[in-house]
Ligand binder design. Structure first.
Ligand SMILES: *Cc1c(COP(=O)(O)O)cnc(C)c1O
Length: 497
């Protein structure tokens, strides 16, 4: 069994084994006709459950053969131009190369003595990102597993900063206020189109969902800052404390970017932490032409970026950045066995001091290899291409009488719905037709689209992250959706006649 360990004696097996895996995937990618096969849970589950995990196969080749049946054949392939579902990007080859290297070397980024160069590479990329954002010389940050973790981490810092400041102020005024008394009085402001991880974070931070004040959005699905201003006033009037304002730069559904400068002004006026969730919009940081869409982000106290959404990186690759590196201390804990205080004094860079994880992947390497091969402009121009595609897609849907589209995209999503000709078809039936169209399309495997609700109605969504997708793909998928919806309505109406 020792022959399976990756070490100085097994380089050949390593090379053969990984190469064979790479060959299989390459062959798969070259022949994939559809984003997926349309297999159902009921068909696939027995195949996977039927495998005896206590009886290994002869060798890796046999396992790859089996993997064909349990995974590779039916997987959802994000590189396919008709995958228009969620925020999954096709990945760039330099990043996949980085991934292969990082898992083989297997550095762990918690402490310097487990990563060395990895620590410094991660730090350079954090600095690169904070410079692109414009967070200033005191900035810092950390790679995380994803946007949800980044949002949680940022709000943890925001909570503890709010507690520190409010409690200090009370003390200065001769009152004592305990953390236990304060926590139920903290409020987080975010738009109704923001990501649900804000609510989840509030729950995990001991504040509860009730702590999140949902601010309405305007026609373009951007936070209504007039209402935010009123809500902040009301918060103060009620003796509550605005812990944070969470702006979204690229909402998950609409790609809308909240008015960042105005939000920064209001957060500042009310001494609230400003967090910008740029999990999706962060690709604009590298865009040669559209960086200005993020103007105002440089005023944030913290920022979430998901390189695995708009930098064409494999899952996972994300970061949380802060304006003031001192605030990271709220997540610092010195363990004698790992990162004793002494090490911080000796200036040994232990990234665990800044992270809420301990053992942590060297995900930064993927972005490093990407930037070294393609350059920032190269990555950013890919993102520009999908933004252009979304604009063209809007024109197509807007001109198509079978569909209505919600907003002109700022980034690369299109939210729309099928609307039957003529009146008199019940609203709930139209909702069902849209739901059905999405499901039927998914089951066919011909294309994948997402769905969402807008103002209580069922909508469909294209998330465009693949520069290979064309307007012809968009038109073809619209035709498929309309056909499924029409068939559903035809059958439903016949049934009720
Ligand atoms: C995707 C997304 C998140 C969550 O990121 P994960 O990487 O999926 O955890 C947070 N905020 C926004 C706006 C997102 O689009």
């Amino acid at each position: 069994m020792r022959s399976h360990l990756l070490n100085e004696t097994t380089a050949d097996l390593y090379r053969r084994s990984v190469t064979e895996g790479v060959d299989r995937v390459a062959a798969k990618l070259a022949t994939t006709q559809r984003p997926h096969t349309g297999i159902s849970v009921d068909e696939l589950a027995p195949v996977i459950n039927g495998i005896d995990l206590d009886k290994p196969l002869a060798d890796a080749s046999a396992v790859l053969d089996e993997l064909e049946d349990v995974y590779l054949r039916d997987a959802v392939y994000f590189h396919h131009p008709r995958y228009l579902g969620h925020l999954n990007c096709p990945v760039v080859i330099p990043a996949v190369l980085g991934e292969a290297i990082l898992s083989a070397v297997n550095s762990s980024l918690d402490t310097w003595d487990q990563s060395i160069g990895g620590t410094l590479i991660e730090r350079r990329l954090i600095d690169w990102t904070t410079e692109r954002i414009g967070l200033g010389p005191g900035a810092d940050g950390i790679f995380t597993s994803g946007g949800s973790q980044s949002n949680f981490h940022a709000l943890l810092l925001a909570r503890d900063e709010a507690c520190r400041l409010v409690m200090k102020k009370a003390l200065d005024e001769g009152r004592e206020l305990t953390k236990a008394e304060l926590l139920p009085k903290l409020r987080i402001f975010t738009s109704e189109a923001s990501h649900f991880s804000v609510q989840k974070s509030a729950a995990m931070l001991g504040l509860g969902y009730e702590a999140v004040i949902s601010v309405p959005v305007d026609r373009n699905r951007r936070m209504d800052t007039a209402v935010l201003a009123l809500e902040l006033e009301e918060c103060a009037a009620e003796g509550l404390f605005p812990m944070a304002v969470v702006a979204t730069a690229g909402t998950t559904d609409f790609g809308s970017i909240d008015p960042l400068p105005e939000i920064a002004r209001l957060a500042d006026e009310h001494s609230a932490w400003m967090h910008v969730d740029a999990a999706y919009g962060c690709g604009l940081l590298a865009s040669p032409t559209r960086r200005h869409l993020l103007d105002g982000i440089e005023r944030a106290d913290s920022v979430t970026v998901d390189y695995h959404k708009s930098f064409f990186q494999p899952v996972s690759s994300s970061a949380m950045l802060v304006r003031d590196r001192d605030t990271l201390k709220h997540a610092t804990y010195h363990a004698d066995y790992l990162n004793p205080r002494r090490m911080a004094e000796e200036r040994i860079p232990n990234q665990v001091d800044k992270s809420i994880q301990t053992t942590r992947r060297f995900d930064a390497l993927k972005l490093w290899v990407t930037l070294r091969v393609m350059g920032a402009d190269g990555v950013g121009s890919l993102f520009d291409e999908v933004i252009d595609l979304a604009a063209a897609g809007w024109d197509i849907i807007d001109a198509d009488p079978r569909f209505e589209v919600v907003v002109k995209p700022q980034i690369s999503t299109l939210v729309f719905r099928y609307v039957p000709e003529g009146d008199g078809i019940r609203g709930d039936l139209v909702d069902e037709a849209n739901l059905h169209a999405r499901k039927a399309l998914f089951a066919s495997g011909e294309a994948v689209v997402a769905g969402t609700k807008v103002d209580g109605k069922q909508y469909l969504k294209f998330t465009l992250l693949n520069p290979q997708t064309t307007t012809a793909d968009i038109t073809a998928v619209l035709d498929l959706l309309a056909a499924h919806a029409e068939q559903f309505l035809g059958e439903s109406l016949a049934l009720h006649r």
